[in-house]
Design a protein around this ligand. Structure first.
Ligand SMILES: *Cc1c(COP(=O)(O)O)cnc(C)c1O
Length: 364
């Protein structure tokens, strides 16, 4: 039985076009679990966006970003533009193996991310016409060149096709602009032959400021979450009630033969660890005093029950025991409304960490 992502198709597509329209140069990001939708679906949707953009003379989605070299094959035949790989190229592993196996037409669509001096030399040696962006080290300290390394590239950066400089910024904490300005200054003083800037996590206002201050630059904002998941109201996740068992205080249930702390119902619902359904911390305050008070009230989290992401009768319910592989057991205390076998219930999930059995997009 299924954990299902329901998408209000018309509303979702409106949101996608809205984001594209207000984000010139948009580069959609499709990586990992495809933000819950799956990589293939996002690739087709990017193709759709590209065609809509082309029809109105705008550049969106002429480049799709994937996370890894292994993901190229998931998007390549559902979308026909360039594919930027966000994980920096290295002279080992998937970067080398996948790339060598691509047919030449597909290989020309790939834009590599390069973050080390030696790697640029090694890439251009293997593939003298490689397309690439140079990643600059940001305050994230993930990957990238510092100013000194950039300057040491010298004529190396005239090899292949330099498609721009890239910076991966931390999630917004105040303004990123001073950091971006410093990095652009580094790129300019290194004499890099490019005027394209690939950025992430800038607000629409920051992007607008950047476009004004660097009007000779082309800005390419890479966006995943804000694009695919930016209108949560168009998305809903449901599970099914698979079984309902009335229990009295002291009745035994589950893999661990726990006993029910009071009367109520044990529910078996679809969705488990294989879908990414995990244990969440119980609600509310964790202080000893608060726990003592909960204990005194006979609260279930006090007896070790943990909050689940499933809602029943308007409340987020507690797991009766840790989620199983494809199903979960919940405890619903007496007094609450109990759904029937087959009913749909709402689930709150992290879309980037959930594998859905079905994605249902309403048409029209
Ligand atoms: C994932 C990723 C993005 C997109 O991030 P979102 O928060 O999903 O918009 C942009 N750039 C890089 C380098 C990434 O890895």
């Amino acid at each position: 039985m299924s954990l299902t992502l329901h998408v209000d198709g018309a509303r979702w597509r409106d949101h996608l076009t809205h984001v594209a329209e207000r984000t010139p140069g948009l580069v959609p990001v499709a990586k990992g679990n495809g933000y819950g939708f799956g990589l293939g679906r996002l690739a087709r949707r990017t193709q759709w966006l590209t065609e809509r953009g082309a029809a109105t003379g705008q550049t969106w989605g002429d480049v799709l970003a994937v996370g890894t070299y292994d993901e190229i094959s998931e998007v390549a035949d559902r979308y026909d533009g360039s594919i930027l790989v966000l994980t920096p190229w290295r002279p080992f592993g998937a970067a080398v193996e996948v790339d060598a196996a691509l047919d030449p037409a597909l290989s020309r669509r790939v834009i590599h991310t390069v973050s080390r001096v030696d790697d640029l030399a090694a890439l251009l040696e293997r593939q003298p016409d490689a397309r690439y962006v140079l990643e600059l080290l940001t305050s994230m300290l993930r990957h990238g060149f510092n100013a000194h390394e950039l300057r040491s590239l010298g004529s190396l950066a005239s090899g292949g096709t330099l498609e721009g400089v890239a910076m991966h910024l931390p999630l917004a904490q105040g303004s990123h602009l001073s950091q971006v300005q410093r990095l652009i200054t580094d790129a300019i003083s290194a004499g890099l032959p490019t005027r394209t800037l690939w950025v992430s996590h800038l607000t629409p206002d920051e992007l607008a400021t950047l476009r004004t201050s660097y009007s000779d630059y082309t800005i390419r904002p890479r966006i995943g979450t804000g694009l695919w998941l930016g209108d949560r109201g168009s998305l809903r996740v449901s599970a099914r009630v698979l079984d309902v068992h009335p229990v009295e205080r002291g009745d035994v249930f589950g893999y661990r033969s726990r006993t029910a702390p009071k009367s109520g119902h044990i529910l078996v619902v679809s969705g488990g660890t294989a879908h990414g359904i995990g244990l969440e911390a119980p609600t509310g305050e964790q202080s000893l005093k608060a726990r003592a008070a909960t204990l005194a009230r006979g609260g279930l989290d006090a007896v070790g029950f943990v909050r689940s992401p499933y809602s029943i009768d308007g409340k987020q319910r507690l797991f009766a025991e840790p989620p199983h592989m494809q199903a979960s057991m919940l405890f619903v205390p007496a007094g609450a409304g109990v759904p029937e076998v087959g009913d749909e219930i709402d689930v709150r999930v992290r879309y980037t960490a959930t594998t859905f059995d079905h994605v249902v997009i309403s048409q029209g």
